[in-house]
Design a protein around this ligand. Structure first.
Ligand code: AMP
Ligand code: ZN
Length: 457
């Protein structure tokens, strides 16, 4: 069965064929770690986690190499550090940890590589040097700029016309630009900027532009031409267009063979985004919903389509998962056959990651399980579990799911931490209030030398 993927570059669904089936490479642009991620930010990692699982099943787990970066140097990080007087490294380490915890709760597997921008500054400088030497880049007033007119097919990914490109590029430094669409590769340090955010370079102290980070990290961990490069729709221009420009002009080879982009998660039909202020943080949602329910909700939409995030969607997702786990629970005493995912589920995912269809096929299996004689249970249970593995769901103990306390555990953890904080700040009344409130729910707090834990009594 062929895997077909919609390629933004060719604007069509194409049969996926890797350069080397023993080393299938994919790269997904990662977060800038200076604050909590919202559930829209989870759409690329969750959607492309399903692709990672599908590729591992097809080519062998050890033959798929997946990199997702962490952007740990950026104007917004510098601003956050200046505002809070917290050192940059502390901010980025904290939000990277929270990001990974959030994704783990959503059932996202850790990628093979998690490169950090600050660990690849030398690689970025090397690419910029090559671009300058080849006449694709030049020093401007505030750093080094990429010369878009030096690349004949600049703009091929987004297909934007020049006016749109100029409008998109205007947000970057424009001092000393030869062409208004030229963009920054290297940004000279400004007076007063912290030491941790500046590096020596042939063009003076400064820091890399955002786009060059991914060009350098993708090359360092995956190679000059990778199979799949993915991210959200908003990254097509300028981010991915500029990654292509840098990598292809420096290396003389295609940067990626398949470009995949997910559509937006919305609220009341408006893109969920920090600048609009209509965001639901993963961190907060996890206090009320199980991560698996949230993952299921994200997968109910096709990754290229917009998806509206509503309470009804979450309730419906929870109800469907309840039904699937109930089918597994009825079959709990039967040992599952070790089988592959059913053809219908695999076929759906091979068709440009059609997760809504795959979930519908999974529900059909639960219906079959509910009607089947016990002699068929081992096979059906095996099929449900294998389909669940591909989609990253249904791997928990169905009894645990039925108790329904998985989402609640996070809320209780938070209350226990709040009590520890209250005690540390000698607010004993508040600490006592939390202890009593939890006791009323049948949760006992146990204080020990390692900190506080809890159990249900
Ligand atoms: P940002 O925080 O805007 O830099 O976004 C980080 C990642 O999340 C990028 O890959 C974006 O394309 C993606 N993203 C941001 N907002 C949304 C959204 N509402 N729906 C889907 N993806 C999003
Ligand atoms: Zn990128």
């Amino acid at each position: 069965m062929d895997i077909r993927l919609h390629n933004t570059l060719t604007r069509e669904k194409q049969v996926f064929s890797p350069q080397n089936p023993q080393r299938v490479t994919m790269y997904v642009c990662g977060p800038t770690v200076y604050s909590y991620a919202h559930i829209g930010n989870a759409r690329p990692p969750v959607a492309f986690d399903v692709l990672f699982r599908l590729l591992r099943a097809r080519y062998g787990a050890e033959n798929v190499v997946y990199a997702a970066n962490i952007t740990d140097v950026d104007d917004k990080i510098i601003a956050a550090a200046a505002e809070t007087s917290v050192p940059i490294a502390e901010i980025t380490a904290k939000f990277e940890r929270i990001y990974k915890e959030d994704l783990a709760a959503l059932g996202v597997m850790e990628p093979t590589f998690r490169p950090h921008a600050t660990e690849h500054i030398d690689g970025m400088i090397e690419i910029i040097k090559t671009l300058v030497a080849k006449g694709h880049a030049y020093p401007g007033k505030d750093g080094v700029l990429f010369d878009v007119l030096s690349m004949a097919d600049y703009g091929k990914l987004s297909g934007r016309n020049r006016d749109d490109m100029i409008a998109g590029a205007r947000v970057e430094v424009d001092a000393g630009k030869k062409d208004p669409a030229d963009f920054a590769l290297w940004k000279a340090a400004k007076p007063g900027e912290p030491k941790e955010a500046r590096w020596e370079s042939p063009w003076g102290e400064g820091r890399p532009g955002w786009h060059i980070e991914c060009s350098a990290m993708a090359k360092a961990v995956l190679g000059e031409t990778i199979d799949i490069h993915a991210g959200g729709l908003d990254l097509i221009f300028p981010h991915h267009e500029n990654e292509i420009a840098q990598s292809e002009c420096a290396h003389g080879a295609p940067m990626a063979r398949y470009w995949l982009h997910n559509g937006f998660l919305s609220m009341d039909s408006e893109k969920m985004s920090k600048s609009l202020g209509n965001v639901k943080l993963i961190h907060d949602l996890l206090k009320h919903y199980d991560g698996e329910t949230m993952r299921f909700a994200l997968l109910t939409g096709h990754y290229r389509q917009p998806l509206d995030w509503t309470e009804a969607l979450l309730d419906q997702s929870k109800a469907t998962l309840d039904r699937l786990y109930n089918a597994l629970r009825r079959m709990k005493d039967v040992l599952a056959d070790y089988v592959e995912a059913p053809n219908a589920v695999t076929a759906a995912l091979c068709d440009d990651l059609n997760t809504p269809l795959a979930l519908a096929e999974l529900s059909a299996l639960a219906t079959e399980a509910n009607k089947a004689e016990p002699e068929h249970w081992a096979r059906i249970k095996g099929q449900i579990l294998a389909a669940g593995r591909l989609l990253g769901i249904l791997q928990r103990d169905p009894e645990e799911w039925a108790r329904g306390d998985a989402g609640d555990a996070k809320r209780i953890d938070d209350l226990v931490s709040a009590r520890v904080d209250a005690r540390q700040s000698k607010n004993f009344a508040e600490a006592d209030r939390i202890r009593k409130a939890l006791a009323a729910e049948g949760v006992e707090i146990m204080d020990g030398p390692q900190g506080s834990t809890w159990r249900r009594v």
